[in-house]
Design a protein around this ligand. Structure first.
Ligand SMILES: C[S@@+](CC[C@H](N)C(=O)[O-])C[C@H]1O[C@@H](n2cnc3c(N)ncnc32)[C@H](O)[C@@H]1O
Length: 224
């Protein structure tokens, strides 16, 4: 079954400079790879200049889910990352309409960001409906990976958690298999309604197609 071309079809334009300055950063892959020290640490201090619980969404698309969280929790900070720019332009429109002061969108490859996240910088990581790139030639593009889990095990605060949802049974099984190598992370299967405060565009889309949606709540174990 096709996964759709929704972001490619979006009719949006790049935000004007004042809104880009407020809500949008672009961290190009070649610069992140060769000169990562040019970029600030991915933390509340580094990006917002304040100390606050930080939620990071890998693959946030149009920011629908993250903007709703940011509006509900004005004292916390939120960063949405996506490798495609167009949906992030829509995310900036949403943040502007809601006049949010606690959210940023980062145009970047999540896989190159792990190294920029300091230890214990994140309260929550959201990984909802990442693309199931399970063919051999796509495997190195997967966000469900040992590198992402190693990042979570180190970058989450103790008792912080990663919320993972997928409509793809093989991706769920892969996550389960990888988790067994991370004793610092305690995972339990969790229902979509426990993990998501509401259903995003993709959530609704896969549910409407009758796909079973499953997830894990993956917590960093607090040191004893
Ligand atoms: C199916 S959408 C899910 C959107 C959102 N999380 C939701 O729940 O509705 C997956 C998103 O992951 C993004 N993505 C895929 N690989 C990525 C990567 N390496 N880094 C950042 N974003 C990525 C895609 O561009 C796409 O917007």
């Amino acid at each position: 079954m096709g996964r759709g071309r929704y972001p490619a079809r979006l009719k949006v334009t790049a935000p004007p400079p004042e809104l880009a300055e407020r809500y949008y950063r672009s961290w190009p892959a070649h610069a992140l790879y060769h000169t990562p020290e040019r970029f600030p640490p991915l933390s509340a201090e580094g990006l917002f200049g304040r100390s606050a619980p930080l939620t990071l969404e890998f693959g946030c698309a149009t920011g629908e889910y993250l903007c709703a969280l940011a509006a509900a929790q004005p004292d916390a900070c939120f960063v949405g990352v996506d490798i495609v720019a167009k949906p992030l332009y829509r995310a900036v429109e949403r943040a502007t309409m809601l006049n949010l002061a606690n959210i940023l969108f980062l145009h970047a490859d999540a896989r190159l960001l792990y190294q920029r996240i300091p230890d214990a910088a994140l309260a929550t990581i959201i990984l909802h409906f990442p693309p199931p790139l399970l063919r051999n030639r796509q495997r190195n593009q997967l966000l469900v990976s040992p590198q992402m889990l190693a990042c979570a095990a180190r970058a989450l605060v103790p008792s912080g958690y990663l919320s993972f949802l997928t409509d793809h049974p093989d991706l769920f099984a892969l996550m389960q298999e990888l988790l067994s190598n991370f004793p610092a992370l305690r995972a339990r299967p969790a229902s979509p309604s426990e993990l998501a405060v509401f259903e995003s565009h993709y959530h609704r889309r896969w549910a409407a197609r009758g796909r079973e949606i499953s997830g894990f709540r993956i917590e960093r174990i607090a040191e004893g």
